[in-house]
Write a protein that binds this ligand. Structure first.
Ligand code: DGT
Ligand code: CA
Ligand code: CA
Length: 573
């Protein structure tokens, strides 16, 4: 049996291969859409199939429904297997390199016989790409940089990929007889932006059935080790370690395996000073075990209040806990709205009304519609006339919705051009409820120019938020050169808010910058940058990153209620 996520990844890979082979756009889109639909489902596809409901799903016709049935029944799709055989496997890996789309990749394969990252690297070094389809020295340099970055992150996967894997595994292990608790620990529980391996902890008095189930999971490609208390597998393309512990030691094991290593070292030092010993089995005074059942107990036994996992990075949390100065971290339930939302007016998938309803359904009090502006060449980027029409449309939607406690705010994700000007004049910006500004082009400017470029937007009185301030794509594109110290100071001066983009591909601001902003009294907007309604769920990644940055409710712009926010923005109601 396959999970929704596994099936959605297979469809996505089919789309990638079709694209590599230059097949019809419509066919590619059909698989890509099916992959997204499946990924966004709240029900198990297996259950939907049982009730004969596949064909009722948007974008799933007869042919795709048949393929879903096939993978549910036999764990794979023949068409997918054939497609994979029809191209060198290295081509799919090449797609992971920033700046290499499927078209370019396939052409490189056809023209130069490149079939792997290694042969691509060699060809770039030998300047073989120059002259081919308008590629030059710069392209080669960019590809080489992309390869370097890819290798840097290789072996670590993104939080957004690891978390659904871990949740699926934990869910299966919880069903096993005798299992009291199953949770994930390690860097994943601390919600680090990339994950080396997934660590799972199970509390049970009988480890054998747990190990059987774990090593027998669907999706296991290799069993690295199997023991009585400890096993390791490769699941998909990531290593998963499992520990089974006795319920009496569960808290101590959770504490130990959550890490980080440095945090544990500090904790152990503190324990030693108090004449105690901490390990994964408990806290001991001489031979006597004085704590271990719960994590709270473990921290309490060394004189500390409970430290949330996101803080356990040895960044001052132990001292803060000793002095009762731990922050009260922002929570998902504090979030009252989403201030970065795209619609079908530019490159989003859904209408303004559909996004508004999805937000209301989540219990939000507001969204800001922040479609792109025209200069970046993004599909449907709005020109002045269209933005004015959108402002009117939003007024009408608010009127029709007639909800005193929900509001669609008119906004725009205005491009900050490389000449330090914005894509819209102040005259129209001043008509918007809230303005986001962001860099989308010319990432290669030097630090001084880029910093000035962003500060010029911060200094514009119409700008409220700087979106994804460092421009990075984790594992794909490094942040542009920018002096965040200066940006934060400028934001403080004019009261501009910095976004912490919640999309797990971005997480921008990152945890450290969030902390820095908070310490300097700069507010943060945690926003999803959603291009479709299910993406609004990504908010939890942004909240986690802000928590890692010690951010509290009061530091977060979109923890304000609707009327607090309207006051903050100076909007009449
Ligand atoms: P990762 O997997 O690289 O993203 O990072 P972690 O933090 O998940 O590290 P991992 O998987 O090697 O180990 C999981 C936790 O186990 C780690 O956070 C703390 C604990 N741990 C592992 N090795 C040691 C050690 O040598 N000393 C101490 N005190 N704790 C350790
Ligand atoms: Ca780990
Ligand atoms: Ca591990």
């Amino acid at each position: 049996m396959s999970t929704n996520l596994e099936i959605s990844l297979v469809f996505d890979e089919i789309a990638n291969i079709l694209e590599l082979k230059g097949e019809s756009r419509f066919k590619i889109r059909a698989y890509r859409n099916a992959s997204r639909t499946i990924e966004g489902l709240t029900q198990d596809l297996v259950n939907i199939a049982k009730k004969d409901g596949l064909k009722d799903l948007p974008g799933i016709g007869d042919a795709l429904a048949k393929k879903i049935d096939e993978i549910i029944k036999i764990g794979k799709i023949k068409y997918h297997e054939e497609l994979k055989e029809s191209i060198p496997s290295g081509l799919l890996e090449m797609l992971e390199i920033q700046g290499l789309g499927p078209k370019k990749t396939y052409k490189l394969h056809e023209e130069l016989g490149i079939d792997s990252i290694e042969s691509l690297e060699q060809a770039c070094k030998n300047n073989e790409l120059q002259g081919l389809f308008r590629m030059g020295k710069k392209t080669e340099e960019n590809i080489l940089r992309g390869i370097e970055l890819y290798r840097l992150y290789q072996g670590r996967i993104s939080l957004g990929k690891a978390l659904p894997y871990a949740e699926a595994i934990v869910k299966s292990l919880k069903c096993i007889k005798g299992v009291k608790k199953a949770v994930f620990a390690g860097s994943l529980r601390r919600m680090r932006e990339t994950i080396g391996d997934i660590d799972i902890l199970v509390s049970s008095t009988d480890s054998n059935p747990v190990m059987d189930a774990f090593t027998g999971l669907d999706g296991v490609s290799e069993i690295l080790a199997r023991g009585k208390t400890k096993s390791s597998i490769i699941f998909g393309d990531v290593q998963v370690d499992l520990r089974v512990v006795h319920p009496e030691s569960y808290g101590a094991a959770m504490q130990y395996f959550t890490g980080s290593k440095q945090h544990n070292v500090r904790l152990r030092e503190l324990a030693i000073k108090k004449g105690l010993k901490i390990n994964e089995y408990g806290v001991f005074r001489k031979e006597e075990k004085i704590a271990g059942k719960t994590e709270e107990e473990v921290y309490k036994s060394v004189g500390l209040s409970y430290i949330p996992p996101e803080l356990r990075e040895d960044r001052g949390e132990i001292n803060a806990a000793l002095n009762c100065e731990l922050p009260e971290l922002v929570k998902q339930s504090d979030i009252k709205g989403d201030l970065h939302i795209h619609t079908d007016w530019s490159d989003g998938k859904k209408s303004i009304l559909e996004m508004a309803k999805a937000a209301k359904h989540r219990g939000y009090e507001y969204i800001a519609v922040t479609d792109h502006t025209s200069s970046m060449g993004i599909a449907g980027g709005l020109k002045k006339d269209r933005l004015e029409a959108q402002i009117d449309k939003i007024k009408k939607i608010n009127k029709d919705l007639d909800e005193p406690n929900f509001r669609v705010l008119s906004s725009s994700e205005v491009d900050i051009r490389s000449d330090n000007t914005l894509d819209f004049h102040d005259e129209i910006l001043s008509k918007l409820d809230i303005v986001l500004a962001a860099v989308h082009t010319k990432f290669s400017q030097d630090k001084e120019s880029m910093t000035n470029r962003i500060i010029s937007a911060i200094d514009n009185p119409n700008v409220d938020i700087i979106a994804h301030p460092t421009g990075r794509l984790i594992g794909k594109r490094e942040p542009y050169e920018v002096d965040m110290d200066r940006v934060i100071k400028a934001a403080k001066k004019t009261g501009v808010v910095l976004e912490s983009n919640a999309n797990p591909r971005r997480l921008d601001l990152n945890d450290i910058h969030c902390k820095h902003a908070k310490e300097n009294g700069v507010k943060i907007a945690i926003s999803t940058d959603s291009h479709d309604s299910p993406q609004m769920d990504l908010m939890s990644y942004g909240v986690a990153t802000a928590r890692r940055g010690w951010v509290e409710k009061g530091d977060v712009l979109n923890s304000m209620s609707l009327y607090e926010l309207l006051d903050f923005l100076g909007i009449d109601y």
